[in-house]
Design a protein around this ligand. Structure first.
Ligand SMILES: [Zn+2]
Length: 290
């Protein structure tokens, strides 16, 4: 039902980005702002006004291929295959997100995961061969935006906070994500009681200023929360504002955890080699400017 409401409401609000209500209670929705209102890949898509790789390509009037993230993988593959056959593009971005859903559903050792990886392998090799037949130089980069951690236990953090009897929207506000909760305190008494309740929860911890800075989450204001509580890898916050039922795997844990590591593969050796996800930007920018 929420999925269908999201689909109906999205065009009415003029949103072009990814929009999903998930499990956020209807009565708290007016307290929050939605961040991804615009299609990230189109001009002006980033809230802070930063240019994307595609903005640079548009400025240079470089012919490029861009997947439609709303369409199935098969369609985007076929569209890129057709563009490579024509041979008019100098840069292509293929978006493949189906593996994420399979991993969430089956966990990292699921049979469907193995099958889909094998399918990716065949499809990418076919595309590479197609490109190499048409172009003298083909530089291929394959990367994911996160790892995946098998869920081993759930944490009912919402019940722990609800039990305090504080009023949502008067004393505090909270956003319960799958791996973390963010809190805004509307009075000091609420802050004291919530911090004490969180300190009694062994399955996670309150992020320190040092951690927030290392994670790139030391925002200049508290619009994303006065306090961030992160769960241990493998612990799912459930129920949460993202869902009511447990999933087999989740991402969004400590970036230093072994299962948080994203994938990076290439047929060239980039110099410098990207050390983190944000480094992909500079690498793609240099490719776009070739
Ligand atoms: Zn996901």
């Amino acid at each position: 039902m929420r999925h269908w409401i999201s689909r109906l409401v999205k065009p009415l609000l003029g949103y072009t980005g990814y929009f999903q209500l998930y499990n956020v209670p209807f009565h708290v929705l007016p307290l929050f702002e939605y961040t991804e209102k615009r299609d990230l890949y189109q001009p002006g898509g980033i809230n802070a006004g930063c240019s994307t790789i595609f903005d640079h390509l548009r400025d240079r009037r470089a012919p490029f291929f861009l997947s439609d993230w709303r369409r199935p993988e098969q369609e985007n593959l076929a569209a890129l295959d057709a563009a490579l056959t024509k041979g008019e593009i100098s840069f292509a971005y293929l978006y493949m997100a189906a593996l994420d859903a399979i991993l969430h559903r089956e966990g990292t050792t699921g049979a469907g995961v193995q099958r889909h990886m094998a399918w990716y392998d065949a499809q990418i090799r076919r595309l590479l061969a197609r490109a190499q037949a048409r172009y003298t130089t083909v530089r291929l980069y394959l990367f994911s935006d996160h790892g995946m951690t098998d869920v081993t236990t759930v944490c009912d953090l919402m019940a722990r906070i609800d039990a305090l009897g504080l009023r949502f929207g008067h004393d505090y506000a909270a956003m319960y994500d799958s791996t973390m909760a963010r809190f805004w305190f509307l009075n000091d008494a609420a802050r004291t009681r919530i911090v004490r309740a969180l300190e009694a929860e062994p399955l996670g911890h309150v992020l320190s200023d040092d951690e927030l800075q290392r994670f790139g989450c030391d925002f200049p204001n508290t619009r994303y929360g006065d306090l961030f509580f992160l769960l241990k890898p493998g612990v799912l916050l459930c129920p949460s504002f993202m869902g009511q039922k447990p999933l087999a795997a989740m991402h969004g844990y400590d970036p230093g955890d072994q299962d948080s590591v994203a994938a990076f593969l290439s047929n060239v050796t980039p110099d410098p080699a990207p050390q983190g996800l944000a480094d992909i930007y500079a690498l793609m920018l240099s490719e776009a400017q070739r």
